[in-house]
Design a protein around this ligand. Structure first.
Ligand SMILES: Cc1ncc(COP(=O)(O)O)c(C=O)c1O
Ligand SMILES: [Zn+2]
Length: 419
């Protein structure tokens, strides 16, 4: 198959069969909604909608071997993605790096995506469908990286983006949104406050809400991480996947991908243990999991420098907690101090300069190894969901305020001084 170039949209139509998106299905009541028009959540019960494909017809026709030679982006899985010409910046098919420190551990480095985080995948799919439906104005609350990704893909699609972010997001997120030409509102509050503002204004302003899990296609983009984990490990799923969880879209998406792959006949019924890692300063899923609950409560006074994990109540909490339980997984909290140490550790040992959210995966792995949940023989994939380059201000602030290090003399470009 010829390589699909950025902007070469006609090529995707020529080469890829795209008749598989059948309907949208509510994850609470099972009601079906048509996929030929934009939909948010189930009108009956607010349930999250899943895109459903005619996988029975695809079984045997779409084989894992067919992927060979396809472009190294998430759109290589076109048959199980919505049928529209992709708005793509080259997202997905990120490296699966074998850890230098731990045998059988892999780091899935999502920091190499366009806009420096895995949010690119979800926004590529959501903006693709928004353009397909003819939508002109999109809006979303964001902890930072989703906003940056929305702004980039909206720019690439010629669509307006309206983004609401906490005023203390990393500078990189504010700047990228500005440069991509998005309309940004900085809010004195958390992502939940931003979400409320989008909900209040969207009808009057004519915005389509692409909030986390309030439209069906960000999950579709993020689920490609599940396809990639399987493909990059030779169609054998690992024993565990550790995923830094804010809204939980990637965890939910990967679980959906595994079910789809089983229906396609690509894998069997085996599943990895799915592990949520959250910041100790905002750990609603960890708390609910420990209490054996099926939904979470709003986490009071949420605070962490891992901005993407500062989600005090996930809309998809019922799906996340169900997946943790069904997969025999667990939920782990990491303090900001532990996370900062892990960023430095991964950088110096693995050569991976991870976002704080991503480095939290290492903290969780170490805790789960120490507690015997995983052994050295278990194959475990740790998700680094973003690049540290987007967090330089937060990391510097964290280093100064929480745990100052003694100044070290370093020779930086001829200037000798404390750093
Ligand atoms: C780098 C990073 N990791 C993890 C998350 C959490 O992602 P999710 O909402 O899919 O759980 C975010 C969300 O903003 C993020 O930016
Ligand atoms: Zn429903």
């Amino acid at each position: 198959m010829p390589c699909l170039q950025h902007g070469d949209r006609a090529a995707s139509v020529l080469f890829w069969p795209r008749m598989n998106l059948a309907f949208l299905e509510c994850t609470r009541c099972g009601d079906r909604l048509p996929a030929n028009q934009p939909q948010n959540i189930c009108p009956k019960d607010g349930g999250i909608l899943y895109a459903r494909y005619d996988l029975a017809s695809l079984r045997g026709k779409f084989r894992s071997d067919d992927l060979k030679g396809r472009p190294a982006t998430m759109w290589r899985y076109a048959e199980v993605l919505p049928e529209a010409n992709p708005v793509t910046l080259g997202e997905g098919f990120t490296p699966m790096l074998p850890s230098r420190e731990y045998p059988n551990v892999f780091i899935k480095d999502e920091g190499l995506n366009p806009t420096g985080s895995f949010k690119a995948r979800g926004m590529s799919a959501a903006v693709t469908m928004a353009r397909h439906y003819g939508l002109k104005k999109l809006a979303a609350p964001s902890a930072g990286n989703a906003g940056g990704a929305l702004a980039a893909y909206a720019a690439a699609a010629g669509i307006e983006a309206h983004i609401f972010m906490p005023k203390d997001v990393p500078i990189a997120n504010r700047m990228e949104c500005d440069y991509y030409g998005a309309h940004v509102t900085l809010v004195d509050g958390l992502i939940s406050d931003c979400g409320r503002m989008v909900a209040e204004r969207k009808d009057k302003e004519g915005w389509f809400d692409v909030s986390t899990l309030k439209e069906p296609f960000r999950v579709e983009g993020k689920k490609t991480m599940g396809y990639e984990v399987a493909e990059q490990l030779g169609w054998k799923l690992p024993q565990g996947i550790i995923y830094p969880t804010g809204g939980g879209v990637g965890l939910i998406g990967m679980w959906k991908a595994f079910d789809e792959m089983e229906q396609l006949g690509w894998i069997g019924p085996e599943r990895p243990k799915m592990i949520t890692v959250q910041a100790a300063g905002c750990a609603p899923i960890v708390k609910a999991f420990e209490e054996g609950k099926s939904t979470s409560e709003m986490f009071a006074a949420a605070a962490t420098f891992a901005a993407g994990l500062r989600v005090p109540k996930a809309y998809g909490d019922y799906l996340i907690l169900d997946i943790l339980k069904k997969s025999h997984g667990t939920a782990v909290a990491a303090t900001d101090d532990e996370i900062l140490d892990a960023v430095r550790h991964w950088a110096s040992v693995e050569g991976v300069f991870a976002a704080p959210e991503g480095a939290a995966s290492l903290v969780a792995y170490q805790k789960l190894r120490a507690g015997g949940f995983f052994t050295a023989r278990d194959v475990v994939v740790l998700f680094n969901t973003g690049s540290a380059y987007k967090y330089l201000d937060m990391m510097e602030g964290q280093r100064r305020t929480v745990r100052p290090r003694p100044p070290a003399s370093r020779n930086i470009g001829g200037i000798i001084g404390p750093y």
